[in-house]
Design a protein around this ligand. Structure first.
Ligand code: KG4
Ligand code: ZN
Length: 333
């Protein structure tokens, strides 16, 4: 079953063709990051306009790269939420209209659930159910127990900033630009993670919730008290901040696996691209006798292959979209 996936929830216009929920034929991502970079964050109005310009060429490229014509697609899967409403509407309206024109079924997909599905894509040894998953992105830091392709229970989430958001805000206050995850990852590699001790928020709490705004404020206070840091000091700040984030994420994820007696763990979302988080988790997971699944970097950030992949399971379950349905900006999932 060939599914065309479409994603436009934030600042990436993406389309992909995926067979049977896992085999990627094409995955095209048009990033707007260079435009939003100038403003230090995503400008919603600009994002919508850029999605409008990109959607047709991106879908055409995904079909061409997969070497398939639109008439051969079995269904269309499109992100319904959460995200920026104006941005979501571009992909969602396009998908509904395209499905209607092609006389094909379509499904509306939850973006977070799709991130969870990213570990099944092009993976010869995907995780077995149940497993625990940490979704760490620019908008969310959610811990789940995943018991089926269409079934996941939210165990905990951030009370304030998401992990990726903390990376972005810390990068901004250090004058490193937007988005900040990859650049802090790079600088932290050259710094000393023990030079500055930043707080580990919620590490001592027994639940599965997170909080990152206090950590971000601690970095801000440090910079205010120690202005004009040298490049070496910036590296140490980045390393100290990152070590605090990694400590909390690793601890909570392993604690959830133990509590829910899951032998397999998945790390998904934009922050799953982080090298320190991956290496630290790899060691801790092995010591605990568990198995770790992290998608390749291209599937950690926003993409449409995860939308198409999950769409397959919705189609199989007969849960198709309703023409009267709308996008949503927030979700409790
Ligand atoms: O999943 P994603 O592409 O979009 C959302 O759904 O939010 O995640 C984007 C987030 C940004 O906050 C970005 O700074 C962060 O992922 N990120 C990273 C890294 N690469 C991207 N955070 C830490 N380390 C990285 N290497
Ligand atoms: Zn995302």
């Amino acid at each position: 079953m060939m599914i065309l996936g479409i994603e436009s929830s934030c600042d990436e216009t993406a389309a992909a063709v995926v067979a049977d929920g896992h085999r990627i034929y094409s995955s095209v991502v048009a990033s707007q990051v260079d435009t939003h970079h100038i403003y230090g964050g995503v400008v919603p109005e600009l994002a919508s306009r850029m999605h409008l310009e990109a959607i047709v060429p991106v879908v055409d490229s995904a079909l061409a790269e997969a070497d398939i014509t639109a008439s051969k697609i079995d269904a269309i899967a499109v992100t319904r939420g959460p995200g920026l409403v104006g941005a979501l509407l571009v992909g969602f309206s396009f998908a509904k209209a395209y499905a209607r024109a092609l006389n094909k079924p379509w499904v509306g997909i939850n973006h977070l659930e799709a991130h969870l599905h990213s570990v099944f894509l092009d993976n010869p040894a995907p995780p077995a159910f149940p497993f625990v998953a940490l979704l760490a992105s620019g908008g969310h830091t959610n811990l789940y127990q995943v018991t089926g392709h269409l079934k996941a229970e939210l165990l905990g989430q951030t009370r304030d900033d998401a992990a990726g958001e903390a990376y972005d805000k810390v990068a901004k206050l250090l004058g490193l630009g937007y988005p900040g995850g990859a650049v802090i990852d790079r600088l932290a590699h050259k710094g000393d993670p023990t030079a500055i001790q930043f707080p580990r928020p919620y590490l001592d709490k027994s639940g599965f919730d997170f909080s990152f705004s206090g950590l971000k404020s601690a970095v801000l206070r440090h910079v205010e008290q120690n202005p004009d840091p040298t490049p070496r000091q910036v590296n140490d700040i980045a390393a100290g901040f990152q070590e605090a984030v990694v400590d909390v994420l690793t601890h909570k994820l392993l604690h959830a696996a133990k509590t829910y007696r899951c032998n397999e763990i998945a790390l998904v979302g934009g922050v799953a691209a982080n090298r320190r988080l991956k290496s630290r988790l790899a060691v801790d997971v092995e010591q605990a006798g568990l198995q770790l699944h992290v998608p390749p970097i291209a599937l950690c950030g926003d993409n449409a292959a995860m939308i198409a992949g999950l769409g397959y399971h919705y189609c199989r379950a007969g849960q198709y979209g309703d023409l009267a349905s709308d996008v949503y900006s927030r979700t409790r999932f």
